[in-house]
Design a protein around this ligand. Structure first.
Ligand code: SF4
Length: 255
């Protein structure tokens, strides 16, 4: 593994090697391994059940990973309360990244505050202002980005690797729960008494902004309640639809 050896780019086989290494480790070992590679490592949490599992591991094992969340201004009150509760529980700081007020005002002027219901373009514009720009700030200077993506969350995520190159953000994205299913997540949360969003019990397996999330019906896919008025089965907010690939190089100077 040559993740930390500047200055030449990290070749594709090293990302493939990292993916293979992580495959054989436990969750805590995966996180600790990446955090030990020498680059700034950032975990962005939405406070969903998967992300709470990762936050608990970081907090309980005092791993040198920065924890951040995108406080969009449209979150459920339950989610906002869980940020504070999680910080208290694990003695860590979850850094809030907010949208710029001027960007929000410009969006509202052009589309209306809730204009995201009117078109996919308007919805993407809102996610850009409230999520993507703050995400860029959260990941500034990071070499590794930890996420709670799982293969079982949707067909769009079925091929999620443990390590992939994010060419848009020029970093390596790490998905340490890629191979966990929802039942394993729930069992782990119960065994470790990890605090979770009470909305999960009310039919919200996936929780985003309040106006864009509804409870799902029995038998619906986990993410069916996200932007439910859109027809595209691959709908995402743009955080995880970059040109991610395991086959692209990354400048070693970032690491
Ligand atoms: S999920 Fe909805 S409210 Fe939140 S940023 Fe995207 S469009 Fe805006």
């Amino acid at each position: 593994m040559t993740i930390n050896t500047p200055p030449q780019p990290i070749p594709q086989h090293d990302i493939t090697s990292l993916d293979e290494t992580l495959r054989h480790l436990s969750l805590v070992e995966r996180l600790a391994f990446v955090a030990g590679l020498g680059s700034r490592t950032v975990f962005t949490t939405s406070l969903g059940i998967e992300d709470q599992v990762i936050t608990a591991a970081i907090g309980m094992h005092r791993l040198p990973i920065d924890v951040a969340t995108l406080e969009t201004g449209r979150l459920f009150a339950e989610t906002v309360r869980l940020i504070d509760e999680t910080e208290d529980r694990y003695g860590l700081t979850i850094t809030r990244f907010h949208p710029e007020p001027d960007d929000v005002s410009a969006y509202a002027e052009k589309y209306g505050l809730n204009g995201f219901y009117e078109s996919v373009e308007a919805r993407h514009a809102c996610c850009h202002v409230r999520k993507l720009i703050p995400l860029g700030k959260a990941l500034k200077g990071a070499g590794f980005w930890i996420t709670g993506l799982r293969r079982g969350q949707s067909g769009n995520r079925a091929a999620t690797p443990f390590a992939e190159f994010d060419s848009d953000r020029n970093l390596i994205k790490i998905n340490p729960l890629a191979d966990w299913d929802i039942e394993t997540i729930k069992a782990h949360v119960a065994a470790e008494n990890i605090p979770v969003n009470p909305l999960h019990e009310r039919g919200y397996p996936s929780i985003g902004c309040e106006p864009c999330t509804r409870a799902i019906k029995p038998g619906e896919p986990e993410r069916a309640g996200r932007w439910w008025w859109e027809n595209d089965e691959k709908r995402e907010c743009g955080l995880h639809v970059a040109e991610a690939t395991q086959a692209s190089p990354i400048p070693a100077s970032r690491h």
